[in-house]
Design a protein around this ligand. Structure first.
Ligand SMILES: Nc1ncnc2c1ncn2[C@@H]1O[C@H](COP(=O)(O)OP(=O)(O)O)[C@@H](O)[C@H]1O
Ligand SMILES: [Mg+2]
Length: 254
């Protein structure tokens, strides 16, 4: 039951890949939990969640009552004592929604008070991510932003495949190399690149620029991704060619 984290520069195709992989594992009959950990939440769209259902999924970071209850933090108080290890095991099932055999949970954004700030929201989210990666017996796919915000030293080891999505250009590769450094610094192993929006001549460029990071797979440019978005249908229904590529990536990462 692989735990997969997906990152990369904004707009490279993280969410598209997350949705495709979620579908590939669900198709195999596995239980799949997809987690939208990007503040620019859009995974529900790529998974084709109906708007009413998507609207029912409140990001965990916005659940003030839950955060106060679980951490014991005092309302309106800054500083003060709160539990760093709040209970989280019931959260995934209670606050997620299921569509097309894929369960979706949204983390939302923690408003950071400063570098290294530990506030009740971040304590809850951090503990939740650890729980999702370590204790859940299902495929977990984390759609993250361009960084490793939600992973700490304790959780890094639990990630079975850390996918950095790149487009065939220097900007996204440069971001990828920064992310790669941060990830290896905290002990993430099994880092892969995934090339997206790749054309015929781009494979050689990516291989040349990969800095030795293995490439788990490539996805071609496919207009159907945007067509699916406009039509409000899952990307995996609209773009069978990309589903096939995602199957190959799933094979590589196990
Ligand atoms: N293989 C592809 N072919 C064509 N368009 C794509 C492809 N992958 C992603 N896109 C488009 O690129 C944009 C960004 O994709 P998205 O998955 O939301 O990226 P991210 O999550 O990294 O910000 C979207 O408009 C999406 O439709
Ligand atoms: Mg995204």
């Amino acid at each position: 039951m692989p735990k997969i984290a997906i990152t990369g520069k904004g707009g490279v195709g993280k969410t598209t890949l997350a949705a495709l992989l979620a579908h590939v594992y669900a198709e195999e009959g596995r239980t799949v939990l997809a987690i939208d950990a990007d503040p620019a939440a859009s995974l529900a769209f790529s998974l084709g969640f109906p708007a009413e259902l998507a609207a029912q999924i409140t990001p965990i970071a916005e659940m003030d009552e839950l955060i106060f209850e679980r951490t014991g933090a005092q309302r309106g108080a800054t500083g003060g004592y709160f539990r760093l290890n709040p209970r989280v095991d019931d959260i995934p099932d209670r606050f997620s929604a299921l569509h097309r055999d894929i369960r979706l949970l949204r983390l939302g954004t923690v408003k950071m008070g400063g570098a290294g700030c530990i506030c009740p929201e971040s304590a809850l989210l951090r503990n939740l991510v650890t729980h999702l990666l370590v204790a859940r017996d299902e495929v977990v796919i984390l759609d993250m932003e361009a960084g490793i915000e939600h992973l700490g030293r304790g959780t890094a080891q639990a990630v079975d495949a850390f996918l950095i999505v790149v487009e065939p250009n220097r900007r996204s590769l440069s971001t990828a190399m920064q992310i790669h450094k941060l990830a290896t610094d905290i002990g993430v192993h099994r880092v892969y690149l995934v090339g997206n929006k790749v054309g015929d001549g781009d494979r050689a460029f990516l291989e040349e620029q990969s800095n030795g990071i293995p490439i788990a797979g490539l996805l071609p440019v496919d207009e159907r991704v945007n067509e699916a978005d406009r039509a409000g249908i899952p990307v995996f229904d609209a773009a069978p060619r990309l589903v096939e590529c995602a199957r190959q990536i799933a094979q590589v990462i196990g």
